[in-house]
Design a binder for this molecule. Structure first.
Ligand SMILES: [Zn+2]
Length: 412
């Protein structure tokens, strides 16, 4: 891949020249380092987000091929209790309010370990999962969720439509932002979707990223940062239209958009209302975007000041949640084991490995409890309440929880 040429918008093709935020060099966030590889070097790639001057899509240039990043993916959806609840209530809503019925076909893109489709199976709905990560697709099949380990796009969509028939519902949660060829992915949805069917697509809303200073959701696997303003022309290019939008609380504030074939469904008032909300926050103006960088630098300085102060006072600092957010924040701040001794995580897949780049060890929650650090930095701030409940005993030993985003907060 030639990375010396000027990048171009992955949606409309215009040259990219306006910086949204430049976080410097960072390793791929979901590639954890094996302790046995500690003597080897690691790959670092620019984490530089642009905004397209023509269609306003915020995006990273592609630095790593998706095969390298996604073939072994370390996030298993079923390890998050709140995410499972979100999936179950979504399925209930589709069955009771949106007309999805037993005998119909639901296809989920990036179906992970079958966390969501399992609820459709219980309701008698025919399902197929598609996920490129072979290891999570294998876990899904073991629990009885039929799953193809493929990258979804126009070719796969045509093959699945020919072999299984078109889908009444296509579910795509937290994947649209992660596909490098966004036109091939959306084109695939158009191919696979039944003429009267609809797709629901969830993604973190760019407006919340900006308002909540959620720069740690920027990592290499996350290619696009989505607004409705930028998505309307993308879907229209493929004969699809957004006909409804819901704001949902997941991942720090997400959108669930409902998409159908153009002209097949009336466009609800929620779509214009959401576009109006984005305009009210000036997302329709190019100059809004570069101002984000100044706010991010303030967060970095505050986080480092906390870490330096804690170490000067002889306090110990541990972390919780070895998510991609931890990799982005720790590498951007340059905080290694000199500041954070370890990050605990309940996924056995991550335990014993190291956060890439800064090489902070990932340990079990039991180890966190044994070491009793004075401060516990919660990296996945989006599920911080759940983590505070799970780790209620931290307070019993006098430990205090810390979050760095949107502003540094140390629990009393
Ligand atoms: Zn564009």
């Amino acid at each position: 891949m030639n990375v010396t040429t000027q990048p171009h918008c992955r949606s409309c093709g215009a040259p990219l020249a306006v910086t949204f935020i430049d976080l410097g060099l960072s390793p791929p966030a979901n590639c954890l380092t094996e302790p046995a590889d500690a003597g080897r070097g690691e790959s670092f790639y620019p984490l530089h987000a642009y905004v397209c001057e023509v269609c306003l899509l915020v995006q990273l240039d592609v630095f790593e091929t998706p095969e390298q990043i996604f073939r072994e993916y370390s996030y298993f959806s079923s390890y998050s209790t709140s995410w499972l609840q979100h999936a179950e209530s979504y399925v209930q809503q589709m069955l009771t309010k949106r007309g999805v019925a037993p005998g119909q076909r639901v296809v989920e893109l990036a179906s992970n370990d079958g966390y969501l489709l399992q609820y459709f199976i219980r309701a008698g709905v025919e399902v197929l999962g598609i996920d490129p990560a072979s290891n999570v697709a294998a876990v899904a099949r073991e629990r009885g969720v039929p799953t193809l380990d493929e990258f979804f796009g126009v070719d796969v969509a045509k093959r699945v439509a020919a072999e299984h028939g078109r889908a009444n519902l296509i579910v795509a949660n937290n994947v649209l932002a992660h596909v490098p060829d966004i036109n091939d992915f959306v084109g695939g949805i158009a191919q696979l979707l039944d003429l009267t069917g609809f797709a629901t697509i969830e993604f973190p809303h760019l407006l919340n990223l900006i308002e909540g200073v959620q720069f740690d959701t920027i990592y290499h696997e996350h290619f696009s940062y989505l607004s409705v303003l930028a998505l309307v022309p993308l879907f229209a290019r493929h004969g699809l239209a957004i006909f409804d939008v819901q704001e949902i609380p997941t991942h720090g504030g997400s959108l669930r958009i409902f998409v159908g074939h153009t002209g097949k469904r009336p466009i609800g008032p929620s779509v214009a209302a959401l576009v109006e909300k984005e305009r009210a926050h000036h997302l329709d103006r190019l100059e809004t975007y570069p101002a984000f960088g100044e706010v991010v630098m303030r967060v970095k300085r505050d986080f480092l000041e906390f870490l330096i102060g804690a170490r000067r006072d002889g306090k110990t600092v541990g972390g919780y949640g070895a998510a991609a957010k931890a990799t982005t924040l720790l590498n951007y701040a340059g905080a290694r084991t000199d500041f954070i001794r370890f990050v605990a995580d309940k996924s056995p897949y991550k335990q014993g490995r190291l956060i890439a780049g800064v090489r902070v060890p990932i340990v079990t929650p039991e180890r966190l409890r044994a070491e009793r650090p004075d401060y516990v930095v919660i990296f996945p701030w989006n599920i911080a309440p759940e983590i505070r409940d799970e780790l209620a005993d931290v307070r019993a030993w006098g430990g205090r929880f810390v979050t760095a985003i949107p502003t540094l907060t140390v629990d009393p």
